[in-house]
Design a protein around this ligand. Structure first.
Ligand code: GDP
Ligand code: MN
Length: 383
């Protein structure tokens, strides 16, 4: 789950990281009021689940409350990377002496959280990563011991020669690791971490991604979910209790069980096709879940054929069959559907489907071949 900058900053604050104060405004007038409260220069910042806001014109310095109002009027409603800005963060501006980058990301290859830090932080960090990768220091944390003090100090010295600055940075780096672990994050990033004109090190931007599977233990973070910023299909899937990940192929897959869903996608690829999605309808087979699954799959305009692959265990094949029949009554599905069901109540399922004009197979290889062929035929515009 993605959270906004102001939400990530709240988590960092709770872990003792120095972050300037800030509040959210949804109208230019609110931004003006906040700017008046803070006094002096403020920064008005678009809150969207995307980086590069500064370059897109979504971060503006405002000299006085009227300027903050104008900046908010300008930013609210703006589109950044396809996302519409519906709120801005208003925060007192700081004088920036230097900008550094500090990030932790879960690295699946080493199976560890990996720190990346660079003295060349700021809006061009992606470019630094490409043109000057040596300017980025990497360090994989052994999660059994966590980040040890000498390790955070080592990372801090990669950023600052000055011992006072390095001590402050080391505390921030170590607190960032704690926040990352406590929040169940897969990414925590401060860019830029700055030194202000009084020699204080501060986090003035923050980004965190939270592992969906960790949310159950943190209702306070789950409550940060911005449903307006979510992908509509993924939102619908989550609400229906389905695991759904959209891909860019044309074979819509509806499968029970994550392992079988992965195997199905592999087989689609093997037979020369391309899956439009990963979709796991889960263990318990409620016909409503199948209806929701078909609504989600058919809403994806890339899908040319729908492929069911159900291995009935706890999931009962007849429930899935009823779901398919129900869905075709409720929604107008113009796409070819190919179905494989085997296992619990397979015979009943096949009868239900046949009575409603569907044919069902029991062989996985065959159904995938057929699904791929149907998608290819439909893509070619054949009759
Ligand atoms: P991003 O572009 O989405 O990463 O947004 P940031 O919050 O990182 O802001 C982009 C850039 O705006 C920063 O790298 C700073 O250079 C600048 N900026 C942000 N806040 C302030 C501030 O309080 N004072 C000054 N002088 N510049 C700021
Ligand atoms: Mn930034």
């Amino acid at each position: 789950m993605n959270i906004h900058e102001y939400q990530a900053k709240e988590i960092l604050r709770q872990h003792g990281i120095p972050v300037p104060p800030g509040e959210i405004a949804r109208t230019p007038e609110e931004a003006e009021r906040l700017a008046r409260e803070y006094g002096g220069m403020t920064v008005v910042k678009a809150q969207v689940h995307a980086g590069g806001r500064g370059k897109a014109g979504g971060v503006k310095l405002a000299a006085d409350p009227a300027a903050a109002r104008d900046a908010a009027a300008n930013i609210l409603g703006m589109e950044i990377k396809g996302l519409t800005v519906d709120r801005v963060l208003v925060t007192p501006a700081v004088e920036i002496r230097s900008e550094a980058y500090v990030g932790i990301v879960l690295d699946r290859a080493s199976q560890r959280p990996v720190f990346m830090v660079s003295a060349e932080g700021g809006v061009d960090i992606e470019e630094v990563a490409v043109t000057n990768p040596d300017a980025i220091t990497r360090f994989a944390v052994d999660p059994r011991y966590g980040l040890l003090p000498h390790q955070s100090m080592g990372l801090a010295f990669a950023l600052y020669d000055d011992i006072e600055l390095a001590r402050q940075a080391s505390r921030i780096i170590s607190a960032l690791y704690d926040a990352y672990v406590a929040a169940g994050a897969t990414l925590a990033e401060v860019n830029p971490m700055i030194v202000d004109d009084t020699g204080v090190v501060l986090a003035i931007d923050a980004k965190m991604n939270i592992d969906d599977n960790a949310l159950f233990r943190m209702p306070e973070i789950e409550a940060m979910r911005d449903t307006e910023a979510e992908d509509p299909a993924e939102k619908k899937a989550r609400e229906a209790g389905l695991s759904y990940i959209q891909l860019d192929g044309d074979v819509g897959c509806c499968v029970n069980g994550a392992g079988l869903a992965m195997a199905t996608m592999d087989l689609v690829k093997y037979y020369g096709g391309s899956p439009a999605n990963f979709l796991d309808i889960g263990g318990s087979s409620n016909p409503d879940k199948v209806v929701a699954a078909l609504e989600i799959i058919t809403a994806d305009s890339n899908v040319k054929a729908i492929l069911f692959n159900i291995f009935g265990g706890i999931t009962r094949c007849d429930d899935v069959a009823n779901g398919i029949v129900e869905a075709t009554k409720r929604i107008d599905i113009a796409l070819p559907i190919t179905i494989r069901l085997t296992g619990t109540n397979e015979r009943e399922a096949i009868e239900i489907l046949q009575a409603n004009g569907f044919t069902a197979m029991t062989d996985m290889d065959e159904v995938v071949k057929r699904g791929v062929a149907l998608a290819a035929g439909a893509a070619g515009g054949g009759a």
